[in-house]
Write a protein of this length. Structure first.
Ligand code: C5J
Length: 224
């Protein structure tokens, strides 16, 4: 077992039973001119974590961790999009409508792709998820169980929505969870801070939070 210095206390994990999960680093959420920006969000804080996510991917790949990428996405006929979810967006900017980078949150559209800078490598898992959480309607739990995975290290966007939902789903399914501080972000900095506080409260009720450097030191891998 390896121990990472974390908040509220150390995170112990076996790299052979641990996966890195990079949540929704998609063009529509992060690039200027995407759907997130069209909704009036400042995407600058999200784009700023790209180097940290690249470094985290590099560390995980060097350490031989299973690497998983998720995309929030729906089928083109929207049969996997509950009407209540679709109705959540403003008129003309709802899931399935044509946004600045193609149909919003629809599989295969340009905006739905993962940023080239943090693109999956061959053999890494890419999970298309119709929910905010990565377990809902994806079959991911069964696949992780088959691989003997019991610990998950999280990164990606946005901290308080898809990252937090996925961590809570993971926690309920018995996975030990660690979130890497510099590798996650929100359009609203105060929401990120509140989420980190919620995750780590009450002895780590959802999981633990560590700095990238702390994970790197514990895995003993170099900066490439
Ligand atoms: C949102 C996400 N914010 N990936 N999606 O709707 O967090």
């Amino acid at each position: 077992m390896i121990e990472v210095t974390a908040v509220p206390d150390n995170f112990a994990f076996d790299p052979e039973r641990t996966a890195l999960v990079v949540i929704d680093m998609q063009r529509d959420f992060i690039e200027p001119g995407g759907f997130g920006a069209a909704l009036g969000n400042d995407v600058t804080p999200l784009a700023a974590i790209i180097p940290a996510v690249q470094q985290l991917l590099d560390i995980a790949r060097q350490a031989g961790l299973l690497v998983i990428h998720t995309r929030e996405s729906h089928l083109p006929d929207l049969s996997d999009c509950p009407p209540a979810k679709r109705a959540g967006g403003p008129p003309g900017m709802q899931i399935g409508d044509v946004g600045p980078m193609g149909r919003i949150l629809v599989r295969g559209e340009p905006g739905n792709q993962i940023l080239e800078a943090v693109a999956p490598l061959a053999g890494e898992w890419v999970i298309d998820k119709p929910g905010k959480g990565m377990f809902y309607a994806t079959g991911l739990h069964e696949r992780l169980q088959q691989q003997g995975i019991d610990s998950l290290i999280f990164a990606g966007v946005t901290t308080e929505v898809c990252v937090q939902t996925s961590m809570r789903e993971a926690n309920d399914r018995g996975y030990r969870c660690l979130l890497i501080d510099e590798a996650t972000e929100s359009y609203f900095p105060e929401f990120k801070q509140a989420t980190l506080a919620m995750i780590t409260a009450q002895g780590g009720i959802v999981g633990r939070v560590a700095r990238l450097q702390q994970l790197q030191a514990s895995l003993g891998v170099s900066n490439d």
